[in-house]
Ligand binder design. Sequence first.
Ligand SMILES: [Zn+2]
Length: 248
Amino acid sequence: MAMRRVRRRAPAATVTHSIRHGDETISFQLVRSDRRTLGFTVHRDGSVVVRAPRRAGEADVLRSVAGRADWIVRKQREFAASAARTPPLRYEEGETHLYLGRSYRLAVERGDVETVRLAGDALRVTVRSDAPAGHVKDLLDAWYVRRARRHLPARLDVCWATLPADGHHRPTLRLKHMRTRWGSMSPRGYMSLRLDLIRAPDECIDYVILHELCHLVHPNHRREFWTLVERLVPDWKRRKRLLESLLS
Ligand SMILES: [Zn+2]
């Protein structure tokens, strides 16, 4: 009689490492999990994550990171430069705010009824005269969230229609404040999207959604995954660069 063995996935194990690269020290999180290849990610805050198979030898991993060091440092510099180009928003009159890829000039008015509305090329926020500091930001943040809750599900509908059916289930959408990524897809079929995407044009929103939809077919970033992305979004690299230049 055969015994059925239940294999459980062990949780990913994370440790911090660093290597020297010229004058620089590259620190990275090494995450070991059930995967077959190495994966490198540089986040917008400059942090580096290296994903490796559980059994990969440490020396091999460090050698591979050294081999990618130029690329890692270049990415970190690009992100640092783009952060320097886009100073933090102050929510003051005349400042430029993005909505669906278009620039709007912030106009702050005093009034009894608090509203946010688009008028021509202006984003008009009405606040009460006794409103505390930071209230313009609160009103605007809430407005962006409301717009995102309406618009991003509609883009998912559009993108979903272009995916080859193949018996996949339409994912459940979750909108979140995320700092380091635009979206993700869970194995259980939950697609998370960063609320900030509402500031980007539809072509960038669609790229992120289609990227995540392709993960329904191919969970990893192997060659077949990118082949599918290329087929659905032939100019995805341009859209990704545009997104990264608009939002940081
Ligand atoms: Zn992906």
